[in-house]
Ligand binder design. Sequence first.
Ligand code: HEC
Length: 465
Amino acid sequence: MRKIGLIAASGLLALTAACEQGTKTSGEGAPAPATPGVVTPVPLPVGPNFPVPTATINAWIDAGDTASIRGHAWSLWQAMAAPSGQKFNDQELPIWETWAGPNDVFPTNLAAVQAGTNGVSLEARLAKPRVIRNFAAPLQFHHAKGVKLGALGTFGNSDVTADNKFNPQAATFIDSPQAGPGGAKYDYSTQSGLTKLNASWPTGTTPQNRGINEFPVQAIELKPVFGTVAAKGLTVQPLWQGPGGSTNPTNPTIRTWTTCMLVSPDGTGPVRPATPAEIASVSTAGTACKTFLWTPLSTLYAVRLTAPEAKNFAAATGKTVAEGDYAVLLAMHVNTKEIPFWTWQTFWWQPGGDTPNGFPGSKQGQPTSLGGPWSNYAACTAYNQTTTPSSQTMQVCFNPYLETDPSIPAGITSNCMSCHGVAVVGNSQPYPANYNKPIAFFTDPTYFSTTVTHTDFSWAVATSP
Ligand code: HEC
């Protein structure tokens, strides 16, 4: 077994090397962490499918080669789902769940960090027991035009929680002091460091040039979305069936979906219509459920909640959640820095058939080797703002669990890149009001001026505490 302490050596290389060794040994028996709750971040293995050369991806985009783009999204999904050899609460984690969270990358309690009680470096923080799942109400929902995101709380009432995750390359980049104007180094993990950078550009620096350094090509950022399934009885979980399967087709939020799954924690067998007795056993208060299906828990990526996790989930959502209930993965945003404006893909739970029009995406093109539960998720991609660089047709891609919320303007016609490209520090950070045409990065005067600094498409950096 590898000593976790090894990764306390500074620098990404040491972290990566230790992690690779951890992965290799997983076949012979997963390395148990020295302390319960210690999870070592495992990088995505490097190979022909990651990172894919920028020129290859750009050729797909130029040709409108949707099949190759979707193939890449699925290969990222499959690689991230591979067993990591790391355990938490007696369950082996997929690679992506080992990655650093906002508490690790953006330590809010700087006093504790400086005092050494929270670990002085990112490596030291990651070598201690940490919060693996940071259950919080999705922050975008609180983002109203003109309101500074960083000033808003992360807890509120919501049906689902959303977290942010950063692979070792992204976490190390954000954590490392970065060279900037005047030969000085700037801290991207704190709002004060970014404010200093924003105030340091020499007079005459163009809006385009007022940007943070770019993330490394192997950087990956995630936003996993979790719901819960009770340990006993059936749990009602609305199922995305497109805007037509909602009582509010303009803002089809989860509670307006009319088809609902009854999730059985211990049942087996395929998805099927629910029986009258099963339907009678659940409460549908607060939902729009009309059509009922039954599914075993195994169609979802599910983890048993620890007592502190259950408490956090309840605080974030107002739901009754207890230790031993399951957190279930309903959706996940994924972006990689393989191309300068990042690759964007999102996944959501879609057991059974695709939605009527495959909108905004589908399960098409999944590798046959994917396997459950990961094969029960649909995907859409937006590797460019328009369908091809010369096209005027916008590439629509959103997650039904997130961007359907009314606090996001025109969410069901949105794409990831347009909204993330306008992430800046230094002002009120408006969202695009609509997605009628592509945004000019980083020259459109609505978003980019000589008072702001753009943050390489990372809203997490722009809104760091
Ligand atoms: C209307 C604006 C908007 C749209 C559209 C949008 N996002 Fe985001 N996204 C945000 C904001 C704001 C945050 C920061 C919230 C937080 O920190 O939790 C964020 C956070 C994220 C994160 C965490 C890391 C980071 O850079 O902030 C990922 C990954 C992400 N989004 C991916 C996507 C993907 C993929 C899509 C498209 C399917 C998408 N987003 C669509 C606004 C948007």
